[in-house]
Design a protein. Structure first.
Length: 437
């Protein structure tokens, strides 16, 4: 019997990842909501998205056995709504929103692991004298309470940089804030959560640093299970831009065990259950301090090919099993490679795309570098500063997934590959130049 799994914003890349999972032939995967509506649109018409998703599910003509997603907000909230409609496993809308709201989540974290979070506070960026409400000393990070992929995230060292950050935040914060505000009217937010700190606020946090990694896991029937750890490497100005993920992690096992113990306290404190998750951490080797950066109520889509290379299947397998109420039995070593990486090719200044590789050129490079898969994120004529979804300090222009024997070998192969990648840029008109937010 075929099991029907609906996937919000499904595209060809992630369909291929889903087809790697154990017993994939027993599933039929259905796209739910158009990709362009879900992934990086100009705006998120949340009422229309809810109505359209419900229409698609009612008209599917097949049983709705499971609903999954791997995108950030608002996909996380839509999952809660659609699953509740069909009585499917998963966290409720309020729990999902608490985890997504960076300030609300920090409050819950503070209640159970105060020793593992940085100093933080909320801030209304529209306040007439916003700086007067800041209690943290410089430097600090400022970002919207709702957002992802480092969009509108600024490191602020003085009053001048703060004013620049506030200008950018005021301009862009409503893109995520408005749909979240609508969802607040649909959810039963618990009494301990300050609703007045709504989706148009920012969170300020003192910087944390060190060895960055992500624990991938799931919670089911109240039990927290961590099945993989992926390292995150940052480079560029302020060491703020993610440039690659590495799996398996090189983190000392004793440190990982401490992170797992922290995770076992945090995830239930967010009222989460029956969901995959990932938790990002920093470990400072000198002080031996562990700080929690962020909790996400989904698998990391960026890590899917890494698990496929090493484990033998994307961790979509975990998302599907949990959504069906089955116990995942995911981690194994059945992949073609011992190590895998995702490299994010970034440009740290504005530019106009003047040359992109042809399909034949990409195929030739992938053949020359076995285990590589290349995705170009720009098209001819793109002006980088005009693209949606980029972070403040850099532009991601391509992604290269690679599998091999070890991480040193992979990095050398990557450097050799990008030296041959025919992706070129020209400078924009001088009067318009410079990195923009």
């Amino acid at each position: 019997m075929t099991t029907h799994v609906f996937v919000i914003g499904l595209d060809e890349f992630h369909l291929r990842q889903l087809q790697t999972i154990r017993n994939a032939e027993e599933y039929t995967f259905h796209g739910l909501l158009p990709y362009d509506m879900v992934v990086n649109p100009e705006s998120y018409p949340i009422e229309e998205m809810i109505a359209e998703g419900r229409r698609e599910l009612r008209g599917a003509g097949v049983p709705v056995d499971a609903i999954i997603g791997h995108w950030d907000f608002p996909t996380t909230a839509l999952l809660a709504i659609f699953r509740e409609d069909y009585g499917l496993p998963g966290p409720g809308l309020a729990a999902t929103m608490i985890a997504d709201h960076k300030y609300w989540s920090r409050l819950r974290q503070q209640a159970v692991i105060p020793e593992h979070i940085p100093a933080f506070q909320s801030l209304d960026p529209f306040a007439l004298d916003a700086e007067a409400y800041i209690g943290l000393e410089y430097p600090f990070w400022i970002k919207p309470v709702i957002g992802f992929s480092s969009q509108l995230v600024y490191r602020v060292a003085d009053s001048g940089e703060l004013q620049h950050a506030l200008a950018g935040l005021r301009q862009g914060i409503r893109r995520f804030g408005d749909p979240f505000a609508h969802l607040m009217g649909l959810a039963r937010i618990p009494a301990d959560i300050p609703r007045e700190i709504d989706a148009h606020y920012c969170i300020l946090e003192k910087p944390i640093d060190g060895w960055q990694c992500t624990l991938e896991g799931f919670i089911q029937a109240g039990e927290v299970v961590v099945y993989g750890t992926v390292d995150s490497i940052r480079e560029g100005p302020l060491q703020s831009s993610l440039t690659r993920y590495e799996f398996p992690s090189g983190l000392p096992e004793a440190v990982r065990e401490r992170m797992v113990a922290i995770t076992e306290r945090v995830i239930p404190a967010l009222d989460l259950d029956d969901t995959p998750f990932n938790v990002e951490y920093f470990w400072d080797r000198e002080s031996d301090r562990i700080d929690l950066l962020e909790v996400n109520t989904r698998i990391s889509k960026s890590h899917c090919p890494l698990f496929a290379d090493v484990v033998g299947a994307s961790h979509h397998e975990v998302a599907v099993d949990v959504a069906l109420g089955r116990r995942p039995n995911f981690f194994r070593r059945e992949g073609e490679h011992s190590a895998a990486s995702k490299f994010m090719l970034r440009r740290y200044e504005d530019g106009i795309v003047s040359r992109v590789p042809t399909t034949a050129e990409l195929a030739a490079l992938e053949s020359e570098f076995p285990g590589s898969r290349i995705q170009i994120d720009v098209v001819l004529g793109d002006r980088l500063s005009e693209l949606r979804g980029h972070e403040v300090y850099s532009y991601e222009v391509a992604v290269i997934f690679m599998g091999g024997r070890n991480h040193d070998e992979l990095e050398k192969c990557y450097r050799a590959l990008i030296s041959k990648l025919p992706l070129e840029f020209r400078s924009p008109p001088e009067r318009e130049g410079g990195l923009q937010s």
